[in-house]
Write a new protein. Structure first.
Length: 135
């Protein structure tokens, strides 16, 4: 589901960066840096979602293509032994949010100056509910 629909926003109200597994990959962080620096975006919200296929792939032991292995590597880094799918989705969303500051001086500075808030959340596709996660 498009974030504009989830949050009842007009197409230009949100600066959306999407990828399978909502990981903090370099191009996404660079896009966020642009949004902070040029658009004064005040909030970065990492949104995991129920039934996430990328997290499901990260939990499984099935062979993956080299690029899919690369995609799920940061998701696997967020997992704990015994995590079920919902726990893994939550851990991945939290870790992805943490990685935004960890991987970017500009993001870290914007947070420390109070210009940017970073939060993580999980969207339940069945109910339409977005649950904000504790920091």
């Amino acid at each position: 589901m498009a974030p504009e629909w989830i949050f009842d926003a007009a197409p230009s109200d949100l600066f959306v960066i999407r990828s399978a597994g909502n990981t903090a990959f370099d191009d996404a962080i660079a896009s966020l840096e642009y949004a902070i620096d040029h658009l004064a975006v005040p909030l970065a919200l990492v949104v995991g979602h129920s039934g996430c296929g990328a997290v499901t792939a990260a939990l499984a032991s099935d062979p993956l293509t080299p690029l899919l292995s690369e995609l799920v590597a940061p998701i696997r880094a967020s997992l704990q032994p015994g995590d079920d799918l919902q726990q893994a989705i939550t851990r991945n969303a939290r870790r992805s949010a943490e990685q935004l500051s960890a991987k970017s001086d500009l993001v870290r500075q914007a947070v420390s100056e109070g210009r940017l808030t970073i939060r993580s959340s999980v969207y339940d596709i069945a109910t339409g509910r977005v649950t904000l996660l504790n920091a």
